[in-house]
Design a protein around this ligand. Structure first.
Ligand code: GUN
Length: 290
Protein backbone atom coordinates (compact mmCIF):
# COMPACT_ATOMS: atom_id res chain seq x y z
CA UNK A 1 0.00 0.00 0.00
CA UNK A 2 1.24 3.43 -0.89
CA UNK A 3 1.76 5.84 2.01
CA UNK A 4 0.49 9.10 0.57
CA UNK A 5 2.60 11.81 2.19
CA UNK A 6 1.18 14.48 -0.06
CA UNK A 7 -2.43 13.77 0.96
CA UNK A 8 -1.49 13.45 4.63
CA UNK A 9 0.37 16.76 4.46
CA UNK A 10 -2.69 18.45 2.92
CA UNK A 11 -4.84 17.17 5.81
CA UNK A 12 -2.33 18.34 8.41
CA UNK A 13 -2.05 21.75 6.75
CA UNK A 14 -5.85 22.13 6.94
CA UNK A 15 -5.73 21.23 10.65
CA UNK A 16 -2.84 23.63 11.20
CA UNK A 17 -4.65 26.47 9.44
CA UNK A 18 -7.63 26.05 11.77
CA UNK A 19 -5.35 25.92 14.79
CA UNK A 20 -3.46 29.05 13.70
CA UNK A 21 -6.69 30.95 12.92
CA UNK A 22 -8.00 30.08 16.37
CA UNK A 23 -4.73 31.06 18.01
CA UNK A 24 -4.77 34.45 16.28
CA UNK A 25 -8.48 35.01 17.02
CA UNK A 26 -7.72 34.49 20.69
CA UNK A 27 -5.11 37.24 20.56
CA UNK A 28 -2.03 35.14 19.79
CA UNK A 29 0.69 36.47 17.52
CA UNK A 30 0.54 35.20 13.96
CA UNK A 31 3.56 32.88 13.58
CA UNK A 32 6.43 34.13 11.43
CA UNK A 33 9.05 31.91 9.79
CA UNK A 34 12.20 33.23 8.12
CA UNK A 35 14.31 31.18 5.71
CA UNK A 36 17.90 31.99 4.80
CA UNK A 37 18.91 30.69 1.39
CA UNK A 38 22.54 30.99 0.33
CA UNK A 39 23.54 30.49 -3.30
CA UNK A 40 21.67 29.11 -6.28
CA UNK A 41 21.57 25.37 -5.59
CA UNK A 42 18.53 24.26 -7.60
CA UNK A 43 17.32 21.66 -5.08
CA UNK A 44 17.67 24.05 -2.12
CA UNK A 45 15.83 26.79 -4.02
CA UNK A 46 13.01 24.39 -4.78
CA UNK A 47 12.76 23.19 -1.13
CA UNK A 48 12.71 26.72 0.23
CA UNK A 49 10.06 27.77 -2.31
CA UNK A 50 7.94 24.85 -1.11
CA UNK A 51 8.36 25.91 2.51
CA UNK A 52 7.39 29.53 1.81
CA UNK A 53 4.36 28.49 -0.26
CA UNK A 54 3.17 26.18 2.50
CA UNK A 55 3.46 28.99 5.06
CA UNK A 56 0.98 31.01 3.02
CA UNK A 57 -1.46 28.09 2.93
CA UNK A 58 -1.66 27.80 6.72
CA UNK A 59 -1.45 31.49 7.60
CA UNK A 60 2.17 31.68 8.73
CA UNK A 61 3.98 34.89 7.77
CA UNK A 62 7.23 34.16 5.96
CA UNK A 63 10.37 36.08 5.04
CA UNK A 64 12.93 34.82 2.55
CA UNK A 65 16.48 36.10 2.95
CA UNK A 66 18.42 35.27 -0.19
CA UNK A 67 22.19 35.75 -0.31
CA UNK A 68 24.84 35.02 -2.95
CA UNK A 69 27.08 31.93 -2.63
CA UNK A 70 30.04 34.29 -2.12
CA UNK A 71 28.74 35.51 1.28
CA UNK A 72 31.34 35.37 4.04
CA UNK A 73 30.78 33.46 7.24
CA UNK A 74 30.86 36.72 9.22
CA UNK A 75 28.12 38.23 7.06
CA UNK A 76 25.97 35.14 7.49
CA UNK A 77 26.52 35.15 11.26
CA UNK A 78 25.43 38.82 11.32
CA UNK A 79 22.18 37.84 9.60
CA UNK A 80 21.68 35.12 12.21
CA UNK A 81 22.32 37.58 15.05
CA UNK A 82 19.71 39.91 13.53
CA UNK A 83 17.18 37.09 13.30
CA UNK A 84 17.92 36.06 16.88
CA UNK A 85 17.11 39.56 18.13
CA UNK A 86 14.17 40.26 15.79
CA UNK A 87 11.03 39.84 17.91
CA UNK A 88 8.83 39.64 14.83
CA UNK A 89 10.46 36.35 13.78
CA UNK A 90 9.40 33.33 15.85
CA UNK A 91 11.53 30.74 14.10
CA UNK A 92 13.93 30.47 11.20
CA UNK A 93 15.99 28.06 9.16
CA UNK A 94 19.27 28.28 7.31
CA UNK A 95 18.89 25.99 4.34
CA UNK A 96 21.68 23.42 4.03
CA UNK A 97 24.07 22.67 2.40
CA UNK A 98 26.10 25.87 2.68
CA UNK A 99 29.03 26.90 0.46
CA UNK A 100 32.47 25.54 1.38
CA UNK A 101 33.76 28.76 3.00
CA UNK A 102 31.07 28.49 5.70
CA UNK A 103 31.24 26.05 8.58
CA UNK A 104 27.79 24.54 9.12
CA UNK A 105 28.45 23.75 12.79
CA UNK A 106 29.43 27.35 13.54
CA UNK A 107 26.22 28.53 11.88
CA UNK A 108 24.02 26.00 13.69
CA UNK A 109 25.55 26.85 17.06
CA UNK A 110 24.81 30.55 16.52
CA UNK A 111 21.06 29.97 16.04
CA UNK A 112 19.02 30.78 19.14
CA UNK A 113 17.68 27.33 20.20
CA UNK A 114 14.30 28.97 20.94
CA UNK A 115 14.04 29.88 17.24
CA UNK A 116 15.68 26.73 15.85
CA UNK A 117 12.59 25.29 14.16
CA UNK A 118 14.80 22.86 12.20
CA UNK A 119 15.76 21.27 15.53
CA UNK A 120 19.44 21.15 14.50
CA UNK A 121 20.96 22.99 17.49
CA UNK A 122 22.76 20.67 19.97
CA UNK A 123 20.45 21.90 22.74
CA UNK A 124 17.39 20.75 20.83
CA UNK A 125 19.01 17.50 19.68
CA UNK A 126 20.07 16.87 23.28
CA UNK A 127 16.53 17.48 24.54
CA UNK A 128 15.28 15.04 21.93
CA UNK A 129 17.79 12.43 23.18
CA UNK A 130 16.35 12.85 26.68
CA UNK A 131 12.72 12.75 25.51
CA UNK A 132 12.13 16.37 26.63
CA UNK A 133 9.87 18.82 24.83
CA UNK A 134 11.77 20.29 21.87
CA UNK A 135 11.67 21.12 18.18
CA UNK A 136 12.07 17.74 16.50
CA UNK A 137 14.12 17.77 13.27
CA UNK A 138 11.63 18.12 10.43
CA UNK A 139 12.31 14.98 8.39
CA UNK A 140 12.41 12.48 11.29
CA UNK A 141 9.35 14.25 12.77
CA UNK A 142 7.55 13.87 9.43
CA UNK A 143 8.38 10.16 9.21
CA UNK A 144 7.17 9.45 12.74
CA UNK A 145 3.97 11.39 11.99
CA UNK A 146 3.36 9.30 8.85
CA UNK A 147 3.80 6.04 10.78
CA UNK A 148 1.36 7.36 13.37
CA UNK A 149 -1.27 8.54 10.87
CA UNK A 150 -1.17 5.21 9.06
CA UNK A 151 -1.45 3.32 12.37
CA UNK A 152 1.67 1.35 11.56
CA UNK A 153 2.77 -0.53 14.70
CA UNK A 154 6.37 0.14 15.68
CA UNK A 155 6.69 -1.43 19.14
CA UNK A 156 9.13 -4.34 19.13
CA UNK A 157 9.77 -3.97 15.41
CA UNK A 158 13.24 -4.09 13.95
CA UNK A 159 13.83 -0.79 12.21
CA UNK A 160 16.87 -0.54 9.97
CA UNK A 161 17.94 3.01 9.11
CA UNK A 162 20.16 3.26 6.06
CA UNK A 163 22.24 6.44 6.49
CA UNK A 164 23.65 8.28 9.53
CA UNK A 165 23.32 11.95 8.61
CA UNK A 166 22.90 14.52 11.37
CA UNK A 167 19.56 15.65 9.99
CA UNK A 168 17.88 12.33 9.18
CA UNK A 169 19.47 8.97 10.03
CA UNK A 170 20.97 9.72 13.43
CA UNK A 171 18.02 11.64 14.96
CA UNK A 172 15.48 9.22 13.47
CA UNK A 173 17.26 6.26 15.06
CA UNK A 174 16.89 7.96 18.45
CA UNK A 175 13.23 8.87 17.91
CA UNK A 176 12.22 5.37 16.89
CA UNK A 177 13.97 3.71 19.81
CA UNK A 178 12.41 5.99 22.43
CA UNK A 179 9.96 4.61 24.95
CA UNK A 180 6.78 5.92 23.37
CA UNK A 181 4.46 5.42 20.46
CA UNK A 182 5.55 5.60 17.65
CA UNK A 183 8.82 4.24 18.98
CA UNK A 184 9.93 1.24 21.03
CA UNK A 185 11.69 -0.11 17.96
CA UNK A 186 14.89 -2.10 17.95
CA UNK A 187 17.01 0.11 15.72
CA UNK A 188 20.03 -0.73 13.58
CA UNK A 189 21.88 1.98 11.65
CA UNK A 190 23.72 0.86 8.53
CA UNK A 191 26.10 3.11 6.59
CA UNK A 192 28.90 3.16 4.05
CA UNK A 193 31.29 1.21 6.33
CA UNK A 194 28.78 -1.48 7.28
CA UNK A 195 29.64 -4.99 6.18
CA UNK A 196 26.86 -7.18 4.71
CA UNK A 197 24.34 -4.32 4.29
CA UNK A 198 21.97 -6.52 2.32
CA UNK A 199 21.78 -9.17 5.05
CA UNK A 200 20.88 -6.55 7.63
CA UNK A 201 18.33 -4.80 5.41
CA UNK A 202 16.61 -8.14 4.88
CA UNK A 203 15.96 -8.30 8.64
CA UNK A 204 14.07 -4.99 8.67
CA UNK A 205 10.38 -4.82 9.60
CA UNK A 206 10.68 -1.09 8.95
CA UNK A 207 13.33 0.04 6.48
CA UNK A 208 14.23 3.71 6.20
CA UNK A 209 16.44 4.63 3.25
CA UNK A 210 18.32 7.93 3.66
CA UNK A 211 21.66 7.66 1.88
CA UNK A 212 21.09 9.80 -1.20
CA UNK A 213 21.78 7.09 -3.80
CA UNK A 214 19.20 6.65 -6.51
CA UNK A 215 17.36 3.31 -6.37
CA UNK A 216 19.98 1.78 -4.03
CA UNK A 217 17.45 -0.45 -2.28
CA UNK A 218 16.32 -3.19 -4.63
CA UNK A 219 13.57 -5.74 -4.05
CA UNK A 220 16.07 -8.51 -3.16
CA UNK A 221 17.16 -6.43 -0.15
CA UNK A 222 13.69 -6.14 1.39
CA UNK A 223 11.81 -8.64 3.54
CA UNK A 224 8.32 -9.37 2.16
CA UNK A 225 5.76 -7.37 4.15
CA UNK A 226 8.26 -4.75 5.36
CA UNK A 227 7.32 -1.09 5.73
CA UNK A 228 9.61 0.97 3.49
CA UNK A 229 10.21 4.69 4.03
CA UNK A 230 12.15 6.41 1.27
CA UNK A 231 13.83 9.69 2.26
CA UNK A 232 15.98 10.04 -0.87
CA UNK A 233 15.37 12.80 -3.41
CA UNK A 234 17.79 12.21 -6.29
CA UNK A 235 17.75 13.91 -9.67
CA UNK A 236 18.40 11.60 -12.60
CA UNK A 237 18.71 12.76 -16.20
CA UNK A 238 15.63 12.05 -18.29
CA UNK A 239 15.40 13.51 -21.78
CA UNK A 240 11.68 12.78 -21.84
CA UNK A 241 10.99 14.87 -18.74
CA UNK A 242 9.99 18.52 -19.12
CA UNK A 243 12.89 19.76 -16.98
CA UNK A 244 15.40 17.24 -18.35
CA UNK A 245 15.46 15.24 -15.12
CA UNK A 246 13.14 13.33 -12.84
CA UNK A 247 13.18 12.73 -9.11
CA UNK A 248 13.77 9.25 -7.75
CA UNK A 249 14.20 7.99 -4.22
CA UNK A 250 16.81 5.73 -2.64
CA UNK A 251 14.43 2.80 -3.23
CA UNK A 252 13.54 1.10 -6.51
CA UNK A 253 9.83 1.87 -6.10
CA UNK A 254 8.51 -0.36 -8.89
CA UNK A 255 10.20 -3.53 -7.65
CA UNK A 256 9.98 -2.92 -3.90
CA UNK A 257 6.30 -1.85 -3.93
CA UNK A 258 5.43 -5.40 -5.01
CA UNK A 259 6.71 -6.92 -1.77
CA UNK A 260 6.44 -4.13 0.83
CA UNK A 261 3.29 -3.86 2.97
CA UNK A 262 3.61 -0.05 2.98
CA UNK A 263 5.90 2.18 0.95
CA UNK A 264 6.38 5.94 0.51
CA UNK A 265 6.76 7.22 -3.06
CA UNK A 266 9.20 9.88 -4.28
CA UNK A 267 8.00 12.51 -4.84
CA UNK A 268 4.90 12.71 -2.64
CA UNK A 269 6.09 10.71 0.36
CA UNK A 270 8.39 12.04 3.07
CA UNK A 271 9.13 15.41 1.35
CA UNK A 272 5.76 17.09 1.99
CA UNK A 273 5.79 15.76 5.57
CA UNK A 274 9.12 17.48 6.21
CA UNK A 275 7.50 20.78 5.32
CA UNK A 276 4.47 20.33 7.59
CA UNK A 277 6.77 19.43 10.47
CA UNK A 278 8.57 22.73 10.00
CA UNK A 279 5.22 24.55 10.04
CA UNK A 280 4.22 22.75 13.25
CA UNK A 281 7.51 23.75 14.86
CA UNK A 282 6.99 27.37 13.81
CA UNK A 283 3.55 27.48 15.44
CA UNK A 284 5.06 25.91 18.55
CA UNK A 285 7.79 28.60 18.60
CA UNK A 286 5.17 31.37 18.41
CA UNK A 287 3.02 29.80 21.12
CA UNK A 288 5.98 29.21 23.43
CA UNK A 289 6.91 32.87 23.41
CA UNK A 290 3.62 34.02 24.88
N1 GUN B 1 18.62 20.60 3.66
C1 GUN B 1 18.03 19.41 3.47
N2 GUN B 1 17.04 19.21 4.38
C2 GUN B 1 17.04 20.30 5.18
C3 GUN B 1 16.24 20.69 6.29
O1 GUN B 1 15.34 19.98 6.77
N3 GUN B 1 16.54 21.92 6.82
C4 GUN B 1 17.52 22.71 6.33
N4 GUN B 1 17.75 23.87 6.94
N5 GUN B 1 18.28 22.37 5.30
C5 GUN B 1 18.03 21.18 4.72
Amino acid sequence: MKIDGRQTSIEIKEELKLEIDQWVEQGGKRPHLAAVLVGEDAASMSYVRGKIKSCEKVGIVSTLIKKPASISQEELLDIIDDLNSNNEVDGYIVQLPLPGQIDEHTVTLRINPEKDVDGFHPQNLGRMMLGLDTFLPATPFGIVTLLDRYNIPTEGKHCVVLGRSNIVGTPLSVLLSRKRNPGNCTVTIVHSRTKNIKEILLQADILVAAIGRAAFVQSDMVKPGAVVIDVGINRVDDINAKRGYRLVGDVDYTGVSEIASFITPVPGGVGPMTIVSLLKNTLKAAQRKS
